[in-house]
Design a protein around this ligand. Structure first.
Ligand code: TRP
Length: 332
């Protein structure tokens, strides 16, 4: 069976963009693939974290996976640092990755900013750790957003370099499953900016933990233009906010923008927003309350993570023995 690996950083404020853009797709994949879903806490350490918040967010992301319908019996759910093989394989990969490959990574340039000499080695090596995450399990498919495409290509390059250098076909070249435009959710305050956990305004996003009243209020206050909704998808051009709200409605109801406009074309936003709020509360309300319940039960969540780390650890351990043999490390 083909194997999926994907991960989310435990940085809090999980929102509708994370749900529609990642987590909901994973729920759909779990029947067809052998799935491993990770909370990548070591990646979070590439930037400074508060230790209590890091732990709380690790549990919160786990609760979000579970509340959204990821089944810990079907999938492996665990936090990265609980399986030490990730760091170990990252080192082995670091030894075969040319600096030139890392110098091309656009996300490092963005995150490091102007003061590149002060950026941490971890931030620079981030994509090498990501390659290790995927290849430690010999995953064949990786569902990620557009922004991770370059990192995934690097993972393929590293797998190829390893195979070539050691004369083996040990690692598969993992296929990206890029989640497209349909899953891209923009800010409720600015239809040209991505919905983001770090936006100062909480009204810019619908959090996965928002209750029904909050969801409805945020949608009612969402920015729009004064025109009624267009009749066709072409009519959404140049109307970023309208496009975003119609796109959210379509994603939540698993239809297309054209279908939504077939129903609401010509309507005023007040009417459309009421319908959107109802649809959003319907889809997210139960997830939010299940998340609240799970966050209040850290013992259960930790149990899921512990069991997941055991199962992931077994695979990692057996692959690492093979990798040691291939590389020429002695296991006395
Ligand atoms: N870099 C990814 C992100 O920020 C998270 C991640 C880490 C990941 N390791 C991964 C995603 C492995 C897919 C596979 O979104």
């Amino acid at each position: 069976m083909n194997r999926i690996f994907s991960g989310v950083q435990p940085t809090g404020n999980l929102h509708l963009g994370n749900y529609l853009g990642a987590i909901r797709n994973w729920v759909d994949l779990q029947g067809d693939y052998d799935c491993i879903f990770c909370i990548v806490d070591l990646h979070a350490l590439t930037l400074p974290q508060d230790r209590e918040l890091l732990r709380a967010h690790t549990r919160e992301v786990t609760a979000a996976y579970l509340a959204a319908g990821i089944d810990p019996e079907k999938c492996i759910i665990f936090n990265q640092s609980a399986v030490p093989g990730h760091s170990e394989l990252a080192w082995l990969f670091a030894c075969i990755t040319p600096l030139g490959w890392l110098n091309r990574m656009t996300q490092f340039k963005e995150k490091a900013g102007k003061r590149r000499d002060n950026a941490g080695l971890g931030l620079y090596a981030y994509p090498v750790l990501m390659a290790a995450d995927i290849l430690l399990y010999k995953a064949t498919h990786v569902p990620v957003g557009e922004d991770q495409k370059q990192h995934l290509e690097l993972a393929r390059d590293i797998a190829g370099a390893f195979n070539r250098q050691f004369g083996t076909d040990y690692f598969p070249l993992p296929e990206p499953q890029i989640l497209g435009q349909a899953a891209r959710v923009m800010s409720l305050r600015d239809g040209t900016a991505k919905m983001s956990k770090s936006d100062a305004s909480d009204y810019s996003r619908i959090n996965m933990t928002d209750d029904a009243d909050t969801i409805a209020l945020k949608i009612r206050k969402a920015r729009t233009d004064p025109e009624p909704l267009p009749e066709t998808v072409e009519g959404l051009q140049g109307r970023a906010e309208a496009d975003n709200l119609v796109g959210i409605f379509a994603a939540l109801t698993r239809t297309s923008r054209a279908d939504v406009l077939g129903r609401f074309g010509g309507a005023m936003f007040s009417e459309f927003k009421d319908a959107l709020a109802a649809v959003a509360v319907d889809a997210l309300g139960p997830i939010a309350s299940e998340m609240q319940r799970l966050v209040a039960e850290p013992g259960y969540v930790d149990g899921v993570l512990r069991r997941g780390a055991e199962r992931a650890g077994e695979i990692a351990h057996s692959h690492l023995s093979e990798i040691h043999r291939i590389v020429g490390l002695l296991r006395p």
